[in-house]
Design a protein. Structure first.
Length: 312
């Protein structure tokens, strides 16, 4: 089955940067959007930089679709930026001066998964479940090969992981690593020297005997979107659930990591190349503009890969 591949292009550079110290004294020009206006056109006309438009989209939450802006929408034009005025604030009463662009934050649960170049060193394995069940979930009991001989104690917690599949680069075919999916967590309740009984305290996906265990840590956290320190260009190489289309809140894995300068919080735009239909081509048309599909925020980074969440 051929895989649909999305290219991940340059990350947002000036995202979430505090306004300049003199911003309070700036008097913006108010412009009313007309039929035919686009983010690209506004960026080129007022800032002489057509490639500013992704920043315009990301910094203005009133724009839900970068391809759809409407006549009558009002914008403030500054020397270095453009701001859309939300409908409820577009009144004759001047708004107080904004000093800092509002920070965009999203929450991750710790169930996003990750890619590793090599197999994972684990603490143990789920050997079987009560009544020899093949699938268990929250509040079910299982048995593990972790016991007091390894220093374990009642109350110790572990993450439950599954090594899902080998991942290959969809463009080059080169081996990337293994996909690991968090399935849930458990707590040891009764221990022998080399085994234990445990209760499943949380489950994200179905849990079966053979699942691996690693020491528990609370991976729930808030991630703030921030500017990347370098331009980034790469590919979505795999999705968490194996789906070939992605949307907001879907989990994807990228062929970009610490080696390329990726950091947690970086926002990347997802685009697709548009093939040229040569039916009516009479002269060299070059390449078609890429289609902007959305954006992802990086939530976990390893040396050569990263995990990201669909945010637009």
């Amino acid at each position: 089955m051929k895989k649909i591949v999305f290219a991940v292009v340059m990350s947002l550079l000036p995202l979430l940067v505090p306004l300049a110290a003199g911003a309070q004294s700036e008097k913006p020009t108010i412009y009313v959007v007309k039929k035919g206006d686009t983010l690209w056109g506004l960026s080129n006309r007022f800032l002489q930089d057509p490639f500013y438009w992704p920043n315009l989209w990301a910094r203005n939450q009133v724009i839900t679709n970068p391809h759809l802006i409407y006549p009558g929408q009002r914008v403030r034009i500054y020397p270095d930026r453009i701001e859309f005025i939300e409908a409820e604030t577009a009144t004759s009463t001047p708004a107080p001066p904004e000093q800092v662009v509002p920070e965009r934050v999203f929450t991750v649960s710790g169930s996003e998964g990750f890619l590793l170049e090599t197999d994972l060193n684990t603490a143990g394995t789920i050997l079987q479940a009560d009544h020899n069940r093949l699938v268990v979930g929250q509040e079910d009991y299982v048995y593990t090969d972790i016991g007091t001989a390894l220093g374990a104690r009642s109350g110790d917690k572990y993450y439950i992981l599954k090594r899902d599949k080998k991942v290959y680069h969809p463009e080059t075919g080169s081996f990337i690593g293994y996909k690991f999916l968090p399935l849930g967590s458990l707590e040891l309740v009764d221990l022998e020297a080399k085994s234990s009984r445990a209760i499943i305290t949380n489950s994200y996906l179905e849990i079966s005997p053979g699942a691996k265990l690693v020491p528990y840590r609370d991976n729930r956290r808030e991630v703030s979107l921030k500017a990347a320190k370098t331009s980034l260009d790469g590919f979505i190489i795999e999705t968490k659930m194996g789906n070939i289309t992605i949307g907001k809140e879907d989990i994807v894995y990228l062929d970009l990591g610490k080696t390329q300068g990726v950091e947690v919080g970086n926002m990347l735009y997802v685009v697709r190349d548009v093939p040229l239909d040569k039916t009516f081509v009479k002269r060299d048309a070059g390449t078609m503009p890429q289609l902007l599909l959305g954006a992802v925020g990086v939530v976990e980074v390893s040396d050569k890969t990263s995990t990201a969440l669909g945010v637009k």
